[in-house]
Design a protein around this ligand. Structure first.
Ligand code: LLP
Length: 430
């Protein structure tokens, strides 16, 4: 079983960092981040394979720089993600296609960002080909396929199958071939991302099924040079869950590169684009315990003990949105007490602002040491889709982000201020 190094809280001066930057804040362990990026790079080393970092999981500049240092390319899904990747030092251009733009819609500056920087557009709907043609795009495209199957830790994260909006249905790929030929766009890559779920065996099976599907589709795409299997490598959020063996995945990819090259009669580069795997475990969200209180059992239901913290779903939305599990620790005076069942809730004016619930919106009390107000409560494995999905709901500024490297802390994103929040407000006649 592959081993994933987790953040050991002993190693960080959490209390003094909390004093300095205020709570809640994200703490990124850059050593772990680099290690994980290197692992992904090692699994795809060599001319036949390449990994992109799916920057939607965490687009902090520091994270992008570490991805670049490891030699990864980028999967971007908005015009501004393309811009951020370029600013962090990733190259534009098609040869090689360092940045791939994968979305089902061009919005805002996305079409311009793609065209002006020679970024490879991964077309997820036929209309995108028309839009590219109308904007006088000249160049290659990739095509994203919905293979008809997928997996997800919840329905919302299953991105393949009849209920998924992503990509072009595999049986309707002829339309893309026709439109691309009409516009003079060579299709140089085929792509699918079937979702992101915790089941290792299901992930492996789906990757094999994807390779088989691309094997069938390839003969109709004489210009394809790369086949991309998307992201979705599982991260072990729950203690005791096995971590994914990247060595096995490398073997699968090398075999796929071989067999697809044979089908195509030319070399085919296999690409993957993990986000979560590279960043989930390198971060914690540190919150302050503000109070403890309880409700009592009555005719409506069971009573609970609540730990009230100053982080909410505005900081980390995954538990409220998907019922996702994040391991928690108490740091401070209460830390060594016998664990008791607690519901952990945040500051927002919503009953769903709870970090201990399942995907049916039911409370799942967690065994935690009874903290004292003022102690810290740490949410683990918060590096993927944490800060990236945070918001300034109720005008609370987004949390600060701190990077920890070689025993030193650096503030890499300060807390969002009231001035930041009102900066876009204006009064302009149009
Ligand atoms: N490629 C594409 C085209 C994607 O849409 C995604 C994720 C990835 C790669 C990376 O998947 P990963 O390796 O991170 O599983 N907010 C949800 C996850 C949504 C994933 C969206 N797409 C969560 O917090 O679990």
């Amino acid at each position: 079983m592959a081993y994933i190094r987790a953040m050991d809280l002993i190693r960080y001066p959490l209390a003094s960092l909390a004093e300095k930057v205020g709570t809640p804040f994200y703490l990124y362990d850059v050593g772990i981040l680099r290690e994980r990026m290197r692992e992904v790079a090692a699994a795809t080393e060599g001319p036949k394979l390449h990994a992109r970092y799916a920057m939607k999981a965490n687009s902090a500049r520091k994270v992008l720089e570490c991805a670049g240092d490891a030699g990864l390319w980028i999967d971007a899904v908005s015009g501004n993600e393309v811009e951020r990747a370029l600013r962090a030092g990733f190259a534009g251009g098609h040869e090689p296609p360092v940045i791939l733009y994968s979305a089902d819609v061009f919005r805002d500056n996305a079409l311009r960002a793609v065209i002006d920087n020679g970024v490879l557009p991964n077309v997820g709907s036929p209309g995108m080909i028309r839009e590219l043609a109308e904007a006088d795009y000249r160049g290659p495209i990739a095509a994203r396929v919905n293979p008809g199957f997928g997996h997800g830790h919840v329905q919302a994260c299953d991105t393949g199958g009849p209920s998924s909006k992503h990509g072009i249905w595999h049986e309707d790929i002829e339309e893309v071939i026709g439109l691309a030929a009409g516009a003079g766009f060579p299709v140089v890559a085929l792509h699918a991302h079937v979702g992101t779920g915790p089941q290792i065996r299901e992930f492996d099976e789906n990757m094999r099924k994807l390779v088989d599907l691309f094997d069938e589709l390839l003969p109709r795409f004489p210009k394809v040079e790369a086949v991309n299997l998307g992201g979705g490598i599982p991260h072990p959020y729950r203690p005791g869950t096995p971590s994914y063996d990247l060595g096995g995945y490398r073997a699968l990819l090398l075999e796929a590169a071989e067999s697809l090259a044979e089908t195509a009669g030319r070399p085919i580069r296999m690409e993957i684009e993990p986000g979560r795997y590279a960043v989930a475990g390198m971060a914690v969200l540190v919150a302050r315990v503000k109070d403890l209180k309880r409700t009592r059992t009555n005719a409506k239901g069971e009573g609970h003990s609540f730990i009230m913290v100053d982080a909410g779903f505005n900081d980390l939305v995954r538990p409220a949105m998907y019922g996702s599990y994040h391991e928690m620790s108490i740091v401070g005076r209460g830390a060594t007490r016998e664990p008791e069942p607690f519901v952990v809730a945040g500051p927002l004016c919503e009953s769903g602002d709870v970090f201990t619930r399942d995907d049916q919106e039911l409370l799942v009390p967690r065994m935690l040491a009874r903290p004292e107000p003022g102690d810290l409560l740490v949410l683990h494995d918060a590096g993927a889709y944490g800060a990236a999905m945070s918001s300034n709901y109720v005008s609370m500024g987004r949390a600060a982000q701190v990077a920890w490297e070689d025993g030193r802390a650096t503030l890499i994103a300060r807390r969002e201020s009231i001035d930041d929040i009102v900066r876009m407000e204006c009064d302009e006649p149009i």
